[in-house]
Design a protein around this ligand. Structure first.
Ligand SMILES: Cc1cc2nc3c(=O)[nH]c(=O)nc-3n(C[C@H](O)[C@H](O)[C@H](O)COP(=O)(O)OP(=O)(O)OC[C@H]3O[C@@H](n4cnc5c(N)ncnc54)[C@H](O)[C@@H]3O)c2cc1C
Length: 406
């Protein structure tokens, strides 16, 4: 093992939506930033694919929207789900006054490569792939950098600020000792691909049947499918064998019956543990966590990427002026949490409500699968469908770039 020492202003652990966006925003304002990503590329199937109108607004402020729309994407104007065999629309973006009234489904690797390409235009942006943060360097209680490994090399990166943007299993958060509160999730997800045929539904959707939920994300010639199961049931399902899994899939989405045989082995199915939690304090001297590292979001409602990118924008709005004056103080870092606490808490509460009142009940398969009253109201009074669209698409307290960050 060789050892290398590096110095920078800001070192971000994690090249997901939060880390990449913050790295880009800081670099374009002349701040020296290193982003560490443990994998060699951004190509992972189980990541969310949604880019929300609030993010399109931010991309527009950055003059990137036109180029963003050149990425392969699918526009979704309504969000619906199929329950007891009937398709129901929950959110209708066209009923809102939102400027870009749709969710853009963009494979996350395309979006992250796009941000990386923009960021690499700035010489002070240093993206290090296959580089894994392993620990923090502290001095008298203050975080002054982090340790990382890259192939056979160990790195000691000294930084005025370390950002933990390394997702829900954040090593930075673990090593920081910051207190986490866990809110639980009743489910885990089994992800797999299955081919898409010309007569299939044209948009992404979810099938909700007694005891079973299947999320179908449209990716042109194939579906990225997520089979949602009761927490802790993955082992049992796997023990029943791949044939019985195929039967579950077919029973939930009968139109897949002619191709479920494509799922030949468990190697094609990735299991993902769902968590919902939040840090009490997001920062300590020299360190802040953002995105899922500060508050792991459930996949419910596809809100996590929106929240993570808005964290990055809120952080940049505080950090750019702070770096211009010198080194961000703990008081600056606390400002970021103060700004983001309310929207994050509200969105997580909404996810917990849906997990408990809808998903948990469906998965248990007990009694009648009732459509919750509030959803019935959305069906009955069509104009109400603009509210869930606004909450999902824009969310509470949307972030914009400050004049200094633009
Ligand atoms: C099953 C599932 C489906 C979801 N679907 C959606 C959806 O459709 N829409 C949506 O908005 N949200 C969705 N979410 C939530 C969303 O994925 C997250 O909230 C969002 O990705 C958080 O972004 P992030 O940048 O904070 O973290 P992440 O996206 O998790 O990124 C963290 C990055 O850090 C890297 N990393 C981890 N450890 C280290 C380390 N030690 N050193 C260096 N790098 C490291 C990881 O490889 C990763 O690239 C889903 C979540 C789940 C669990």
């Amino acid at each position: 093992m060789t050892q290398k020492r590096i110095k920078t202003q800001c070192c971000i652990a994690g090249g997901g939506p939060a880390g990449m966006m913050l790295g880009y925003l800081l670099a374009r304002k002349g701040i020296k930033v290193i982003v560490l990503e443990k994998w060699g590329d951004f190509f992972r199937d189980f990541r969310g694919d949604t880019i929300h109108p609030s993010i399109m607004n931010i991309l527009e402020e950055l003059d990137l929207l036109e180029d963003f729309f050149k990425l392969p994407h699918e526009k979704t104007y309504q969000i619906g789900f199929q329950m007891n065999g009937e398709m129901r629309i929950l959110a209708d973006f066209k009923k809102t006054k939102i400027k870009h009234p749709f969710i853009a489904f963009v494979p996350q690797w395309d979006f992250l490569n796009f941000i990386a390409k923009q960021a690499k235009k700035y010489p002070n942006f240093d993206l290090r792939m296959e580089t894994q943060a392993t620990g923090l360097i502290k001095q008298k209680g203050k975080v002054i950098g982090l340790r990382a490994t890259h192939k056979k090399e160990t790195l000691e990166i000294q930084a005025d600020l370390v950002v933990g943007a390394d997702g829900r299993s954040s090593i930075i958060r673990k090593k920081s000792g910051l207190e986490v509160k866990d809110y639980g999730a009743p489910m885990d997800v089994l992800w797999f691909r299955i081919s898409r045929k010309p007569n299939d539904p044209s948009q992404s959707f979810g099938c909700l049947e007694k005891g079973r939920i299947l999320v179908m994300i449209q990716r042109d010639d194939y579906w990225q499918a997520g089979f949602v199961v009761n927490k802790g049931r993955v082992k049992k399902i796997k023990a029943q064998g791949i044939r019985s899994f195929r039967q579950y899939v077919q029973a939930t989405a009968p139109f897949l019956g002619d191709r479920v045989d494509e799922i030949k082995s468990w190697k094609q199915v990735k299991s993902l543990v769902v968590e919902v939690n939040r840090l009490k304090h997001w920062s300590k001297d020299g360190l802040i966590c953002i995105g899922d590292a500060a508050h792991a979001m459930s996949p419910v409602g596809g809100l996590g990427i929106n929240v993570a990118i808005q964290d990055a924008v809120a952080a940049a709005n505080v950090l750019v002026p702070a770096f211009r004056k010198g080194v961000p103080a703990l008081a600056d870092l606390k400002k970021i949490q103060r700004r983001r606490n309310f929207p994050v808490k509200l969105m997580q509460r909404l996810q917990l409500f849906l997990q408990k009142r809808l998903i948990g009940k469906i998965l248990k398969g007990k009694g009648n699968t009732q459509v919750p009253l509030i959803f019935k109201a959305f069906q009955r009074f069509s104009f109400l469908k603009k509210w869930p669209a606004y909450i999902i698409g824009i969310g509470p307290r949307p972030e914009h770039l400050s004049d200094e960050v633009r």
